[in-house]
Design a binder for this molecule. Structure first.
Ligand SMILES: [Zn+2]
Ligand SMILES: [Zn+2]
Length: 328
């Protein structure tokens, strides 16, 4: 019979199960891809935990997919290596798409959320939203570029030209952003859980000039802070170490509530903003930059069938870098 193996979420707050699904077929404008590697993102955890509304169910998670084109479409040739990111589809007609903000599209569909993703042997994706993968990255090493890297890159851009950059939560995304920030000549300050001395050492190895607990004050004021950890209390914490005019960028799709704080902490033109999704232009610019840095992704590779274990390690904060599921 025709069938592919996949890790399937039947309903939120239950473990993924190994299942045999019918082989997907590429529709018009779509390509069918043999998945080689899929990185695990914190967003996957939010979907499993029921923190994001209305996922497709049953669902194959995974939106940092690297694989080889099998058939379909006209943009790529069979055998070519491509990546499938979070942004799976936009309508190109709404007011956001028409103003260069397709990341905010009213009818966007996201990979591994509204559409089946890459925790599987095969995936079908709209070819216009896929990216060629640059040489110099093997499949597992390239996978975290597709979200941790791209969303991190967009977050960094929204931090403006900040010279002194704080990164709260030094995981999959921050470890890539730190490398890009250093390449751009910025200074990096890393914040982790206060007990995570291994994470702080990891940050220093990637170019952070200071690393400490998120309850600590860095040696200088910061011009921007990007928050990757899903912890709302970090927003007022970050505000308090910002210089005048500084920005706090919240990079995650979900965060616990932000506690109230004195207006004085926001005064002097400090600001707080979020980053939502990515545009295809973000992705293209980031993948052009990645080999020039060159970015080295720190990954922990597990077999596809160990997806639950990968999610557990991410939840427990046991990963430094990114978990990647390898598909045989
Ligand atoms: Zn993601
Ligand atoms: Zn739109």
């Amino acid at each position: 019979m025709n069938g592919m193996r996949a890790m399937v979420l039947g309903r939120p707050r239950t473990p993924l199960r190994v299942a045999e699904l019918p082989d997907p077929v590429a529709g018009p404008g779509q390509i069918r891809i043999r998945v080689r590697a899929c990185a695990v993102c914190r967003t996957d955890l939010h979907i499993v935990d029921g923190e994001l509304p209305d996922p497709k169910l049953p669902l194959v998670l995974g939106h940092q997919v690297v694989g080889e084109v099998i058939d379909g479409g006209t943009r790529f040739r069979p055998g070519q290596r491509v990546g499938v990111p979070w942004l799976g589809f936009t309508d190109q007609t709404c007011r956001y798409c028409r103003s260069g903000r397709e990341n905010l599209c009213l009818h966007a569909e996201f990979t591994g959320y509204h559409r089946n993703g890459g925790y599987a042997e095969l995936i079908v994706a709209d070819e216009q939203y896929c990216f060629p993968i640059p040489a110099g990255f093997d499949d597992p090493a390239a996978a975290p570029l597709l979200c941790a890297g791209m969303i991190g890159f967009r977050s960094l851009r929204l931090a403006g030209d900040a010279e002194r950059l704080g990164l709260y939560g030094f995981g999959a995304s921050a470890h890539i952003v730190a490398q890009v920030a250093r390449f751009q000549g910025r200074r990096v300050f890393a914040f982790t859980r206060s007990s995570d001395t291994v994470g702080q050492q990891f940050a220093r190895e990637l170019g952070a000039e200071w690393a400490g607990g998120s309850d600590e004050r860095p040696p200088e004021e910061l011009d921007a802070a990007i928050i990757f950890a899903p912890v709302g209390a970090l927003v007022p914490a970050a505000l308090q170490v910002l210089a005048r005019g500084g920005v706090v960028v919240c990079a995650g799709i979900h965060m616990s509530d932000i506690p109230s704080f004195p207006y004085a902490w926001l005064w002097e033109e400090r600001s707080i903003r979020s980053v939502a999704n990515l545009t295809r232009q973000d992705g293209e610019e980031f993948l052009a930059l990645a080999p020039r840095v060159p970015i080295r992704t720190s990954i922990e590779v597990l077999p596809l069938t160990e997806a639950n274990e990968a999610l557990r390690r991410l939840r427990a904060g046991e990963l430094h870098g990114s978990a990647v599921l390898k598909v045989p």
